[in-house]
Design a protein around this ligand. Structure first.
Ligand code: ADP
Ligand code: F6P
Length: 354
């Protein structure tokens, strides 16, 4: 195996707090191992355009605590075309890039696996607030986004209490209810509505009425955007009409994607960054860093992407063909475990919501 001399690093898709901590860890680990690092700006768009500059130790100073990504991010449809891929591979050759660490979500990993197939070894690091990557218990940015949500909802609760109001709060998460569920429990929401479980609006209304009769003055209903963009404002109107409790609607949107990363995200990002470089330099590629039961280790990207489709019930014909029956059994076990965890948390959100 040829020794790696120069590696590239990029962030792609939606940004997430903690991406900077991962960039810092990658740069410092590689430089310590006598490998140069090139920062690829604006994700795959910057790779195609050659927006690429060397990163030194001091270039990543004072970023561990910052949200966003110093390398900027982008969504790049051109990268999915054969012409875009050819340009990207050519730029890797021009800049002498021996391998790339790509921080992002499942779209970014699909790009990374294509690039690996075209001769540029890639490793993925999961960076997205949504926590919608089934192969890892936690993605970088998830913890920070939940903490931002509870901080904002605590403030809403103050004013709800003063005015005896309800607030329906919609949070991001794309198709995944992870942010809404945990932040809902942590902020004492009366109800949580997420795409993974059927919603029972009559039950929510009944819970609010029971609470009102018990003297409760503030109500929070946490809704994940994955249930549809009209759902939360419509629910707010319905609650007010049925219960007589004045009900406001708040869409937190991108505000939960910014801000300083929490301790947990900084440590996760730093750990994944270090291990990603170690793995790449050992000759490993086409893997994504995953945290399971507190341990970070590499998982084959193809396995991770199919596991994800299985979890999201989006498997297509032929998806399981490359895998052994043991691997498929393992995937089924992992999907079950994740669904059970989700169901347990959902049960908790319903049990203690009065
Ligand atoms: P995320 O990585 O957060 O899931 P996206 O789905 O927007 O975000 O993907 C980020 C980028 O990854 C896309 O803009 C595109 O350049 C690349 N990408 C996404 N899907 C694919 C794919 N199927 N094949 C190759 N590249 C892809
Ligand atoms: O994937 C992160 C995320 O913030 C999702 O929660 C949300 O659905 C989406 O990105 C928003 O995308 P955009 O930044 O393009 O508005």
């Amino acid at each position: 195996m040829e020794k790696f001399k120069k590696i590239g690093i990029l962030t792609s898709g939606g940004d997430a707090p903690g991406m900077n901590a991962a960039i810092r860890a990658v740069v410092r680990t590689a430089l310590t191992m006598d490998v140069e690092v090139l920062g690829i700006y604006r994700g795959y768009s910057g790779l195609i355009a050659g927006d690429i500059r060397p990163l030194e130790i001091r270039d990543v100073s004072n970023i561990i605590n910052k949200g966003g990504t110093m390398l900027y991010s982008d969504r790049c449809p051109e990268f999915k075309t054969p012409e875009g891929m050819a340009k990207a591979v050519e730029q890797c050759r021009n800049f002498g890039i021996d391998g790339i660490i790509a921080i992002g979500g499942d779209g970014t990993f699909r790009g990374a696996t294509d690039l690996t197939a075209h001769g540029v070894p890639c490793i993925g690091i999961p960076g997205t607030i949504d926590n919608d990557i089934a192969s890892t218990d936690n993605t970088i940015g998830f913890d920070t986004s939940m903490n931002t949500v509870i901080d904002l909802v605590d403030k809403l609760r103050d004013t709800c209490e003063s005015h005896a109001r309800c607030n329906v709060v919609e949070v991001m998460g794309r198709g995944a209810g992870d942010i809404a569920l945990s932040a809902g429990i942590a902020s004492g929401a009366t109800a949580v509505v997420i795409p993974e479980f059927d919603v029972d609006i009559d039950y929510i209304i009944q819970q609010i009425e029971v609470g009102k009769n018990l003297g409760k003055r503030n109500f929070i209903v946490m809704v994940s955007e994955g249930v549809g963009s009209d759902f939360a404002p419509t629910l707010a109107r319905r609650i007010e009409k049925s219960t007589g409790v004045e009900t406001k609607f708040a869409r937190l949107a991108h505000v939960v994607r910014g801000g300083n990363p929490t301790l947990r995200d900084r440590v996760l990002a730093s750990t994944m960054g270090v291990i990603a470089v170690e793995q790449l330099l050992k000759g490993r590629s086409n893997v994504v860093m995953c945290e399971r039961n507190g341990i970070v280790s590499p998982c084959d990207i193809r396995y991770a992407l199919v596991l994800d489709k299985m979890y999201k019930c989006k498997l297509e014909a032929g998806d399981l063909d490359p895998f052994t029956s043991d691997e498929i059994t393992q995937m089924e076990r992992e999907v079950r475990r994740r669904r059970e965890n989700m169901a347990r948390l959902y049960g908790i959100s319903k049990t203690i919501n009065l």
